[in-house]
Write a protein that binds this ligand. Structure first.
Ligand SMILES: [Zn+2]
Length: 428
């Protein structure tokens, strides 16, 4: 799901206003420090048809910077939301594990904050109603906001009222004028895709009821750095947050984080809970203090620590290429498993194409017969592995590696091995 959320704000008038001197999307300081430069890449989920292989393919710089004032790690938002809309139509409900995550979230919110028929739940980036449906089933009023008419239509058919709108200060003010205020305001896995971050958070402040609760989920920068998850960087993810930075962003708009949870989703995510500054009904949790301390101890408030990250990324590339070169020179065959967005960042950055991987496979039939963007590796159904018996299977969605070992345990029949590239190259 991580790569497939939709951008929730209106297109910027000049999305790449001044690429030669980019500024921080939160604090406006000049961005002079590279976090990691992954070179030029196509949009990571723009799978190509056979016919498109002969066409020009757009590549964009994947040069991530870190702000030395607020430590927001970020990419310029020069891929227009319109482009992403056309390429990223995605229905959250297609993922069973994601539905379970949503349903557990709803139960835990109701238990903890005692929402009932008099409450109003609002989700920003509500997609096809994958989450709000569970509130509605329990009789708790819920409204979604999503700019993509096609997914909103599915939500409405499911009984989830949905406003088809980009979200920001203006939409929030209109909603309040229409009598809406959120007792629970949900922005799960949307914040990374917001180009105008301050406008979005200003909108959240306006829409939040007195004593209301905001929850925001996002992949945790600390995990990305500790686990070398550089392949989770894509053009569609504009911002990469630590707890410390998200607290600063919310504080600038009169919101206080009062609790945080660490989640296993997307290679390690945070769920932060926020409230109005003057809401004294929700004391700060101990785990908030604990995580803040851990982030500081890990170096997230020191610029030097951020500059080390890129070295580890380069070493990962060299190790992967060493392995692939060796394997090919000794006559081995290598196939990929999976065609996730993160695989495309990895393969494009490392320059791994058909010269190393004969093909990859994916369980999503939509991708069969298509080709990976940039590297043009063909995608087949998983049976191809049994037919061709490759010596090595390179697992691209490393977050699912345990599941994949089980599904593909049969490669042992011909002495096949698994290769996992992240966090460090491992061959099993
Ligand atoms: Zn900044």
């Amino acid at each position: 799901m991580s790569t497939t959320e939709l951008v929730l704000q209106e297109p910027l008038e000049q999305p790449d206003a001044n690429l030669s001197a980019p500024v921080c999307r939160f604090c406006n300081a000049a961005l002079c420090h590279t976090f990691v430069d992954l070179g030029m890449s196509p949009l990571c989920e723009s799978y190509l048809s056979q016919e498109q292989l002969t066409h020009m393919e757009p590549f964009y710089p994947l040069h991530v910077r870190v702000c030395d004032k607020c430590f927001l790690v970020q990419l310029p938002a020069f891929v227009s939301p319109t482009t992403i809309f056309s390429e990223y139509a995605y229905f959250s409900s297609y993922s069973e594990s994601w539905l379970k995550h949503a349903s557990r979230y709803v139960d835990s919110m109701i238990r903890r904050f005692r929402f009932d028929r008099s409450s109003c739940i609002i989700e920003l980036g509500s997609n096809d109603g994958y989450l709000l449906q569970y509130f509605i089933k329990k009789g708790i009023p819920a409204i979604g906001v999503d700019p993509a008419a096609n997914v909103a239509k599915v939500a409405i058919e499911k009984g989830v009222p949905t406003l088809v709108k980009f979200f920001g200060e203006q939409t929030a003010s209109e909603m309040v004028a229409d009598g809406m205020r959120a007792n629970l305001l949900v922005a799960n896995n949307t914040l990374a895709q917001i180009p105008k971050l301050n406008d979005f958070i200003r909108g959240m402040k306006i829409l939040l009821a007195v004593n209301g609760v905001i929850t925001i989920e996002f992949p945790h920068l600390l995990q990305l750095m500790c686990e070398n998850e550089f392949d989770t960087i894509y053009h569609e993810h504009f911002s990469y947050f630590s707890l410390i930075t998200v607290e600063k962003v919310l504080a600038a708009h009169g919101l206080t984080v009062f609790d945080v949870e660490e989640l296993p989703t997307h290679g390690g995510s945070l769920r932060v809970y926020a409230r109005h500054n003057d809401d004294d009904t929700k004391p700060l949790s101990r785990r908030l203090e604990e995580l803040r301390r851990r982030e500081i101890a890990s170096g997230l408030t020191r610029l030097k620590h951020y500059s080390h990250f890129a070295e580890g990324v380069k070493e990962t590339k060299r190790n992967l290429l060493d392995f692939l070169n060796c394997a090919k020179r000794s006559g081995k065959s290598i196939a990929g498993y999976g065609a996730p967005g993160k695989g495309n960042t990895l393969l494009n950055y490392c320059g791994v194409g058909n010269d190393f991987l004969d093909y990859t496979v994916d369980r999503n039939p939509y991708k069969y017969g298509k080709f990976l963007p940039g590297t043009h590796i063909p995608i087949f159904a998983p049976d191809k592995i049994r037919e061709t018996k490759p010596d090595y299977v390179l697992i691209l969605p490393w977050n699912l590696k345990r599941e994949i070992y089980q599904q593909l345990s049969y490669i042992r029949e011909w002495d096949g091995h698994f290769v996992v590239p992240i966090p460090h190259l491992q061959v099993f």
